[in-house]
Write a protein that binds this ligand. Structure first.
Ligand code: NMX
Ligand code: MLT
Length: 435
């Protein structure tokens, strides 16, 4: 057993004992009430899930195992000559609950490089789809085709003790994380670069190898990928992709099936697809205005038109956050350092000056501030990745780090199949009338 797996097992056994004690001594303590509004309106604010990897504060934003994004940028190991955290380090932190050493991160880089082989039938499955297929659909077909490799599914079919589920989930999760960049890069090169594929470079770290296979060997893009893969990885357990992965996993579906389910959620425009929508929205605005950089007045007019047309302003608002997303701020800082004169980035910043005021004035959106998706596309366009339909696949590769670390914990803690109670509107009416 690898030393990381052994260490995880020790930590998991410790936490399992604590959870058993919690349940035995305090299992019936009430942690919240549920209102009728919450039942109809997306269960907002209901505390009903346990996710170890990260925790979201409405005003401060995400903390991964207690570390904010600025703290991660300071404290996680970096590539030689680089300034952004290596995503391997974030995965280690989420899995283990403690910061990795440089050696831990190097170990993970080489383990993932060794496990990154993708069987040919996965590429064949992607090739069978029309070239016009959305990259997120190709991504999910690729993930589902990889399911043939699930060690958990094989072991379960042969009959294993439930005490060992975690071990197979761990192996599947590590293999899937190792393979995803290759699948994603294959999709990108197939759809946008005439199928001219680029072989992996096993000596690179996970993020920069991904950049390399996509066809971007520029050091700036590699740094962006490391930052991107780190900040999109997790957003506590209730967001659609994390919750779906956990929910499907609770049925003992394997890592491939559970993650694919989560990715179908990420593909929705109110969730991860918003990052493509932001760039599409800005390009449409530019086109309508005849190109170039719009003025703030023109942006405001376009925002009001978007709202009047019954559409959302992509990249703004959030179900939980009530301030500017620190993931937006991290990307803004990256842009200020690496590409302060970029025209599209400047438009993103002008939009930031305008949209919160308009949304606040209209008073409907509970959070007028930008989320992570408001900035990411402009950075990618700067380095030449203009194919915005692909952006959510990048988000998905990153999100694997958080949701798969969580699935390892779900199995290690032996969490139950998820099955909340539902009621009908008839039931609600009777309840209100005291029947
Ligand atoms: N533009 C226009 N209207 C908005 C926006 C926005 N950006 N954000 C919220 N509203 C509306 C919302 O549609 C709702 O209207 P109605 O009552 O007619 O249904 C009203 O304001 C109240 O919504 P909230 O309670 O503030 O937001 P909710 O928690 O329901 O939804 C989002 C959160 C993120 C889905 C919503 O803010 C939104 O649609 N934003 C734009 C899409 C986006 O950027 N999504 C990405 C989120 C981050 N991610 O990657 O997942
Ligand atoms: C996420 O990263 O998952 C999004 O910000 C959505 C959320 O947290 O609900």
């Amino acid at each position: 057993m690898s030393y990381i797996k052994e260490k995880f097992k020790v930590k998991a056994d410790e936490l399992s004992t604590e959870v058993k004690d919690l349940l035995k001594n305090h299992g019936s303590k009430v942690i919240g009430d549920v209102t009728i509004a919450q039942a109809y309106q997306g269960m907002r604010g209901i505390t009903g899930l346990v996710t170890e990897t990260s925790l979201l504060d409405a005003n401060e934003g995400i903390r991964f195992r207690g570390y904010s994004i600025p703290e991660l940028r300071d404290n996680l190991p970096k590539a030689v000559g680089g300034a952004e955290p290596l995503p391997e380090g974030l995965f280690y932190l989420m899995l283990m609950g403690e910061l990795p050493t440089e050696a831990d991160v190097q170990h993970l880089s080489s383990v993932w490089a060794r496990r990154s082989h993708v069987p040919n039938h996965v590429f064949d499955a992607i090739e069978a789809l029309p070239i016009t297929t959305h990259p997120m659909t190709m991504f999910n077909v690729g993930i589902m085709a990889l399911q043939t490799e699930s060690l958990f599914a094989k072991a379960y079919a042969e009959g294993i003790n439930k005490k060992d589920y975690w071990s197979y989930m761990y192996e599947d999760s590590m293999n899937l994380i190792a393979r995803l960049p290759r699948v994603a890069a294959y999709i990108y090169r197939r759809k946008y670069k005439n199928g001219q594929h680029i072989q992996p470079d096993g000596l690179l770290d996970w993020g920069s190898n991904f950049a390399h296979m996509l066809g971007y060997d520029d050091e700036g893009f590699k740094e962006l990928m490391r930052l991107y893969m780190t900040i999109h990885a997790d957003h506590e357990g209730g967001n659609v992709s994390a919750h779906t992965t956990h929910l499907v996993g609770s049925a003992l579906s394997d890592a491939y099936q559970s993650f694919a389910a989560g990715m179908n959620g990420l593909a929705g425009p109110l969730h991860g697809l918003a990052n493509q929508e932001v760039i599409r929205w800005i390009l449409a605005m530019q086109e309508e205005l005849g190109g170039g950089t719009p003025t703030k007045e023109q942006i405001e007019k376009y925002v009001r038109k978007t709202l009047a047309d019954g559409k959302v302003v992509p990249g703004y608002g959030h179900a939980v956050l009530r301030k500017t997303d620190p993931r937006f701020t991290a990307q803004m800082e990256f842009a200020k350092k690496h590409l302060p004169e970029d025209e599209l980035v400047k438009i993103v910043w002008m939009v930031y000056d305008v949209v919160p005021g308009v949304l606040t004035e209209l008073g409907k959106a509970k959070n007028p501030w930008p989320n992570v998706d408001a900035h990411s596309g402009a950075l990618l366009v700067h380095y030449g990745m203009v194919e915005y339909e692909f952006y959510t696949v990048l988000f998905g590769v990153s999100r694997a780090l958080g949701v798969l670390a969580s699935l390892c914990w779900d199995r290690a803690l032996g969490l139950s199949i998820e099955r909340p109670k539902s009621v009908t509107t008839e039931w609600m009416k009777n309840f209100v009338e005291g029947k």
